[in-house]
Design a protein around this ligand. Structure first.
Ligand code: GLN
Length: 450
């Protein structure tokens, strides 16, 4: 049914870079056979799964929506893909994204933009716009993305689905193409909170191939889905739910807070004074790490290599320059240049070290707030889904779209975005944030709200 749905709507939505139709059919028939044979099947047996195209799949093209990796076929699969395969999930294909996960609208894909299923003239958010649009349109049942500054939550919000960024270190990133390693986390995109818990049950846990993963006991996350949140203390940081907020989003958010109170939560306004520093600090730290991570794309080891005109020859340096000049798109180049600059001698202390200090302040701020509150709640994004082409030439405006999600990554916290209403016919999302490894509590509150 999902494959038929892809054939029916993907021409308009354009969520998929690659559909793995044959493999999906074979895998799903194998599950049917096992069911007929009376085998006890694993938890996600036969459930269709879409993957953001920066998650490596053995034998299947993994492009990061970049010319640089347009024809790259990885020799191994990401740990999370192996885990989901072992649980019987069936991969339907690879989903569109902003190139190397840099962007908030999926318009920086080197191939084509993806459209929002609720209004095809609007962006689906980004950088996991393909995964979010595919789940929202029924082109797959759940998807995995990545979230460095909001890339699972913001598109989930724009497409009216549930997007979660688990605690930094809870889920392995081995085989997920890195952007900014101290911020990157795998994100889930699901139709509802229960699905999110079921997926987290499978993908969470220590992996020796990602040394940032932590050995903690993984609970059964579905046990948190009790529906009871009486007495939960929920803080609303005014700096993350006021400045620059679309008034239509503000209206919907206000109603959502009332609903939380009706459910028995204690909702209180609080203050997060360093909130405004998060986006500028992020746009120093993330590009700095990206400039280092993306140095591997040099035209020598794998991926694209520029070819000189007939009769001409490149020396090594020319080959590097042409390869990277032709292989990367404008936003990726902007980040690499910015990152190289802030790491250069003279700038390192002034920008990079300073940004790290700001990051510590943000972390401390959260710690202080979590002594008083169990969770924090904000809108997921200050904006409603905007029109395709409207912001693509204005990077600063685009960066603004992540101002409520970025602080969470700076502190490594878990957060979820879930639908909380509509404005102008478009979905609005709200975001819950909790202390590290309180992923279960987040699901508990989100489930009760949903
Ligand atoms: N939109 C943010 C950026 O452009 C976050 C991206 C992400 O989380 N991968 O960097």
């Amino acid at each position: 049914a999902v494959l038929a749905r892809i054939r029916q709507v993907d021409e308009d939505i354009r969520a998929y870079v690659t559909v793995t139709e044959e493999e999906a059919l074979a895998a799903s028939q194998a599950v049917d056979q096992r069911r007929k044979d009376g085998e006890k099947l694993p938890p996600l047996a036969g459930i269709p799964l879409g993957l953001k195209d920066n998650i490596c799949t053995r034998g299947v093209r993994t492009t990061c929506s970049s010319r640089m990796l347009e024809n790259f076929i990885p020799p191994y699969s990401a740990t999370i893909v192996e885990k989901l395969n072992n649980c019987g999930a069936v991969v339907t294909g690879k989903l569109n994204m902003d190139e190397f996960a840099m962007g908030s609208s999926t318009e920086f894909s080197a191939f084509f933009p993806t459209h929002n299923p609720w209004d095809l003239e609007c962006v689906p958010g980004g950088s996991s716009g393909g995964p979010a649009a595919a789940v929202a349109a029924g082109e797959t049942i759940f998807a995995l993305g990545s979230d460095t500054g909001g890339s699972a939550r913001q598109p989930a919000s724009f497409c009216g689905i549930v997007g979660m960024k688990p605690t930094y270190g809870l889920v392995s990133r081995s085989g997920v193409v890195p952007f900014a390693s101290s911020l990157d986390q795998v994100g889930t995109l699901t139709k509802d909170v229960r699905d999110c818990a079921l997926v987290l049950n499978v993908i969470a846990g220590h992996d020796p191939r990602d040394t940032a993963t932590v050995s903690v006991d993984i609970p059964d996350y579905t046990t948190y889905l009790t529906g009871n949140i009486k007495g939960k203390r929920i803080g609303v940081p005014k700096e993350l739910s006021g400045d620059g907020l679309d008034p239509k989003v503000a209206e919907v958010f206000k109603k959502a807070l009332e609903k939380l109170e009706e459910l028995g939560a204690i909702v209180d306004e609080c203050s997060f004074p360093h909130a405004a520093s998060a986006v500028p600090a992020y746009h120093i730290i993330a590009p700095a790490e990206a400039s280092s991570n993306l140095a591997r794309f040099d035209g020598v080891r794998y991926g694209y290599r520029a070819v000189p005109e007939e009769g001409a020859e490149y020396d090594l340096e020319e080959m590097y320059m042409k390869t990277r000049g032709e292989g990367f798109g404008p936003e990726v180049k902007r980040r690499i240049m910015m990152g190289t600059y802030v790491l250069s001698s003279g700038c390192y202390e002034k920008y990079y070290l300073k940004a790290l200090k700001v990051r510590t302040l943000i972390r401390n701020e959260y710690q202080r707030l979590f002594q008083e509150y169990d969770l924090l709640v904000t809108p997921t994004s200050p904006d409603l889904p905007f029109r395709l082409g409207e912001e693509v030439d204005d990077p600063l405006k685009l960066y603004h779209s992540d101002s409520y999600t970025i602080p969470v990554n700076m502190a490594g916290l878990p957060a979820i975005s879930l639908p909380c209403g509509f404005a102008k016919g478009l979905p609005v999302g709200m975001q819950f944030t909790a202390p590290v490894f309180a992923d279960g509590e987040i699901l508990q509150v989100a489930y009760a709200f949903e």
